[in-house]
Design a protein around this ligand. Structure first.
Ligand SMILES: *[C@@H]1O[C@H](CO)[C@@H](O)[C@H](O)[C@H]1NC(C)=O
Ligand SMILES: *[C@@H]1O[C@H](CO)[C@@H](O)[C@H](O)[C@H]1NC(C)=O
Length: 396
């Protein structure tokens, strides 16, 4: 079972050894931070000193020392406070109000938003986020979709990079995860982060927004909306597509889904989230594979549809025809460097396809040069993934 998990890990997205999810506890009461004046430095220093003493008293000297670090720049800043708390509006906004505002600004007329999550490793220059945004700019009818994309930053660096490259950014603060600890795959902190995401998406549905959730290692080459089912509550892309959109044996990938906000979808997300107690130690995608058979889902009347890899492909099962492809996911890939390598080639292949004359475009002689470094062979170079586990994984 553990080996199966190990293998499925490669089908997932945030799961590279070099990709870490960092988060920090929101230790400052946000109202207190929002009381800070915007500019005069001496006063800020004074308030900061008072706050620091407050911290010393509240959290104990040892824990608070980290708050007392002044950076070498001329202005005072608060390096250990999540930046969302520093957007000092005169009226303190709760995180929920901030989210509401961001969603409202980004939503389409029918209250649909496109959401992705971002961590430090994927936010670095020339990393995943740049390729992701580039795909929207060179895709067919996808550039305008950037207006509806909200990037959910999972740590401070991801948030500041987001502000540099995009207009709708939200900082998701996760409580209860240690400051400096990295969340590697399948550690309690990692699982907590994945489940936090399900909980967050439930709250988006409750606010009345439909969403397309997309991992950032998914290239958007065409507008996917014309390919969605108009009558489904929950539709999800697949690592492997059986040929039928209603077949429950499809292998869904939680990295891409389109969910309409209604009572059924909200109840489904609550059920999904609470099922982590029934299946402890599993991540959201594994649990989805268990609960898709549950009669509770049937009783809910939730209409679930699996998306065809002909349109919503990936490295596990590429969209063969470039004149049909909407999105391509760097799933079935191990290691951030391999992922970046293959994503870049994918973008080049797409550009090459666009440059072809119409007759060649429709002849479907062009195909992807990927997977390359993301191939299963590459897996064998990693000591912690014994060949046997790959074989076993393949048999599932
Ligand atoms: C959800 O259910 C409640 C109570 O049954 C109903 O009043 C409400 O209109 C429903 N909302 C949606 C979005 O279907
Ligand atoms: C990709 O694979 C080739 C051949 O195995 C290797 O030489 C190269 O270093 C790899 N690149 C990355 C970025 O992993």
């Amino acid at each position: 079972m553990n080996r199966g998990l190990l293998f499925r890990f490669n089908h997932r997205r945030h799961l590279t050894p070099t990709t870490v999810l960092r988060s920090r506890v929101n230790s400052f009461p946000s109202a207190a931070v929002n009381m800070l004046p915007e500019s005069p430095v001496p006063r800020a220093v004074l308030v900061f000193a008072v706050l620091s003493i407050f911290c010393l008293l509240l959290y104990g000297a040892a824990d608070s020392l980290r708050f007392l670090t002044f950076p070498s720049g001329s202005s005072v800043s608060f390096p250990y406070i999540f930046p969302s708390l520093l957007d000092s509006d005169s009226v303190p906004l709760s995180n929920e109000q901030k989210l509401e505002t961001i969603l409202k600004d980004a939503a389409m007329e029918d209250r649909t938003v496109i959401l992705t999550t971002l961590n430090e490793a994927w936010a670095a220059p020339n990393s995943i986020i740049d390729l992701f945004l580039a795909s929207f700019r060179i895709g067919e009818h996808t550039r305008r979709l950037l207006n509806h994309l909200v990037i959910i930053a999972l740590d401070k660096k991801a948030y500041s990079r987001c502000k540099e490259v995009h207009s709708h950014c939200f900082a998701l603060v996760t409580e209860g995860i240690d400051f400096h600890k990295e969340a590697y795959f399948m550690t309690p902190a990692y699982l907590k982060m994945m489940w936090r995401r399900i909980d967050f998406l439930r709250s988006v549905l409750e606010m009345g927004y439909n969403f397309v959730f997309t991992d950032a290692d998914i290239m958007w080459f065409r507008d996917p909306f014309p390919r969605f089912y108009s009558d489904a509550d929950f539709q999800i892309a697949c690592d492997h597509f059986t040929g039928s959109s209603v077949n429950i044996e499809n292998k869904p990938n939680g990295g891409f889904n389109y969910v309409r906000s209604n009572n059924r979808s909200i109840e489904f997300y609550k059920f999904w989230y609470s099922s982590q107690e029934t299946y402890p130690g599993y991540h959201d995608q594994d649990v989805l594979n268990f609960i898709k058979f549950d009669t509770f889902v049937e009783d809910l009347g939730l209409k679930m549809r699996f998306l065809d890899t002909a349109y919503f492909g990936g490295l596990c099962e590429p969209s063969k025809d470039l004149s049909l492809v909407c999105t391509m996911h760097a799933n079935c890939c191990y290691g951030l460097d391999s992922k970046l390598h293959d994503l870049r080639i994918m973008l080049q292949d797409w550009k090459h396809f666009l440059s072809l004359p119409p007759s060649l475009k429709s002849s479907s002689v062009v195909s992807w040069r990927v997977p390359q470094n993301c191939s299963l062979d590459a897996l064998h170079h990693y000591g912690e993934s014994p060949e046997k586990s790959v074989q076993e994984g393949l048999q599932q």
